[in-house]
Design a protein around this ligand. Sequence first.
Ligand code: AMO
Length: 418
Amino acid sequence: MVEKKEVYGHVLNIRRLGRVGFIVLRTFDGIEQVTVKRNIVGEDIWKTFTELGFEYFIRVKGEYVTSSIAKLGHEIIAEELEVIAPSKPLPIDLSDKVEAEFPTRIKYRYLDIRRPKVRAIFRVRSTLLKAAREYFYKKGFVELNFPIIIATATEGGANLFKVTYFDKIAYLAQSAQLYKQSAIPAFGKVFTIGPSFRAEKSRTRKHLTEFWQIDVEKALTTPDELMEIQFRLVKYIYEKIHEENENELKILNVKLEVPEYYHKLSYEEALEVIKRKGFDIQWGDDFGSDEERALCNEFDVPFFVTEFPEQVVAFYYKLKDEDPRMAHRIDMYGPGQYGVEWSSGGLREHDPKRLRERMIAKGLNPESFSWYLDMFEYGFPPHGGFGIGVERLLQTILQLEKIHEAALYPRTPDILEP
Ligand code: AMO
């Protein structure tokens, strides 16, 4: 029996050889090849074919046949062809053959996202988010949503975007930190996937001013458990992408290796590695971008750095009882050339008196955090958590040179539109 197929899609490529035409059509979920034969379609449809341009949105119907010439192994021999929506001439090439310069691609991002490569990145991002949700639901975590417009800093005083809030000043949340903690007495284990905003003029391969975090908080936890949860989560995400995005990984030329184990090193051990690589870094410094790059290049599986000096951690981290110079902060890193810091997290201080002291020591005004400090006065369980940067994780998984590629509409100090 002859199989007929009807498809809708955008014209990605057109070629004509005498009385035969070829269209590569980008459908919403793949690519189709169409052959138009003048003797089959007749004069009117042939004319429509000859007038087609790139990105015309068309409907095609015809016989669906296997073909030894067609790249995909099958093609549609058109019997009907209809233009649903024509397109202006394109300002950028959408075929993945000639990639426009980055600023031009961003200027026309609403067209750029139609490219197979870009589309593949966001299909993988969608799998990543779905897998993260699945993982936490299976483990009994409650998904919550926290406010984006807030009255105080969550990560310290700098890097805040101000918002006019009627007759007050409000800020865009730097993270869900204070709010995810506030949910601990009610739920015990929670997560949220939401946006974070940082007014940082960092023009690097790994900074955005708006990015998404997978934010997690759990009562009665330990540093080992936090590392285990993160590693299992990341492994699950890799596995799901491996299972569900074979086609996208092929388009992006990425060979995905699901990590089977992780490494763990102390802050001091990490310093040694960085120093060995020729960097002049002192105890008490946080890792700069180049130092972090050197560190990631040492590993081929994800790794954690544990226990950071007090001066480089936010006020809400718990200090070690036995050595208050050190805090229970744990960062997770992606390995290799595309490796970056994936997450920060750790145990939290839940003694309001000590929290108040930490705030003052870090130049914050405890009065601005009065509800946060007060909540710890009502039977607050010990707890900890972490926040994973979605774009950072995707950057490593898909071997993206710049984090900007992992955001549909990236926001940086230079990019506000579209
Ligand atoms: P931190 O500020 O380290 O910690 O952020 C957590 C993770 O978010 C990602 N990230 C970024 N991604 C892109 N652009 C940026 N400018 C940017 N800044 C951070 C990184 C980073 O590891 N509240 C804590 C987390 C916690 O302790 O639970 C926090 O926000 O992947």
